[in-house]
Write a new protein. Sequence first.
Length: 276
Amino acid sequence: MLFTLGNSLMIYCLNTSTIKPQALLDKIRLVGEAGYDGIELWLNDVWEFVARGGEVSDVQKAIADQGMVVPSVIAMRQWGDFEGWEHQLVIDEARRRFALGARLGAPFIVATPPLEMSETGHLPERYRELLELGREEGIRPTFEYISFFKSVHTLKQAWEIVQRSGEDDATLILDAFHNWNSGSTLEDLREIPLDKISHYHIDDACHGKEPGTQTDPDRVMIGDGQIDLAAEIEVLREIGYNGTVSLELFNSEWWQKDPSETLKIGLERMKELFEQ
């Protein structure tokens, strides 16, 4: 089911990090039963499921049975970290991950920059390499900056890398938490063309800690934190974005709650924000 945003449509999804302790097939069932349109999967969860005797076809069937889409899969890392034979190992892993993501029906796979490396001049070329590989495997790597990484940690930096790649299919995945935590502005967001936005992660930031000091565990349920989400969503409306949005938390307190209640609250709050 799709929901209206003015004259547009939004596709409400759940990033499975939000209910991390649950088993993979339980995650899929719970998300579908809660009324979400899609589920954003972590590939490591799928590999673990297969290692324990499951089949990728079981995952495909579970998603299809719930009538959900897979907006993207997570993640491809370290593609900007190494040289020589070590980089080739990363590319081999990228091909494996891209093939799995495509098999699961995802149009995008999240590609994150180096954690510790401050040098970023090589990243446009490396991102271009991923895009070429993605075309071969039938999936598009989408660039996501991480606000607490040393390399690419602002929206402006990420947009520059996407532009410098020179590829028409280069895109950004946006994240409300990273936008706020990096000090990126609404004007920075307005600079991103509609066709360069692959997906949107929605989350909030805990009270009591300033931007630039928070990391993933500091994310809280939307509406419980200090981010002006309504203002960011208004800019997305101006841009014309009407695609997929995922609730994405990494919060241990929410992991301890009844996942059905977490999913219910999350969907209600997303709809309140996007449909007001």
